[in-house]
Design a protein. Sequence first.
Length: 263
Amino acid sequence: MKVGLCTIAFQDRPLEEVIAIASDYGFDGVEIWGKPPHIPEVYDAEYVEKIRNLVLAKGLEVSAFGSYVHPLMPLHQKHFEAAAKIAQGLGTKLLRIWSRGGASKAILSTDKRSLFFRLATLSQWAQFRDLTLGLEMHNNNFTDSVDTILELFDYVKSPALKTYFQPSFRPDADDPVEAVERLEGQIVNVHAQNADENRNGCAIADGVVDYTEVVQKLADTGYDGYLEVEFVHGEDKLGTLQRDRDFLASLIETIEFSQNDVI
């Protein structure tokens, strides 16, 4: 596994500065936030190439392009084509997408049918382009639970459609360790987040989710992708960032040691 930084964590800073932070603080890669000022609203091939080269020059890789495209948006194919062009220009094969549709328990039947049918078509389109579509696992989206994600995958049946994993802190949320186990083979990226007992965001090591168990379960299921810091909390953001990065790196090192020890 590797440790990544989502550039949305510093959305108020220029992307060039955030990439430098990721390099200076020991990250392996960055997920590029798909909104201004990090990515312009209108596709700019020269800018995308500049960012790709800067990432490489800093010894990093682009782990994913964090787009906001979803199948229920008007002219969705046009927007997916544009997002794919950016992802490929950045040098990544992972395109983060959304399901939308509102909370899974309240989605309209017409939206659900459209979502399933369009994702089946889009997954074929992505596979032809050697892209992976990574669904955001998020509240107020159809993909807000393991059950709904698996229901969608059972319909689409495409290796080009995968899911992100991140814990939710709503009362009826899936247990994170059980969620990882049930999503075995389907997780393509991890947004490591945590919250305190009042559901307030906090450092990854300090919240209600035991990431020692989560990362071990990820390793047990064969996951070998990124663990990414998406948001940093507190007044000393850079201090928290370093702590979050070091904590995730220590978990990865411990797991790798235990695996080698077994061998």
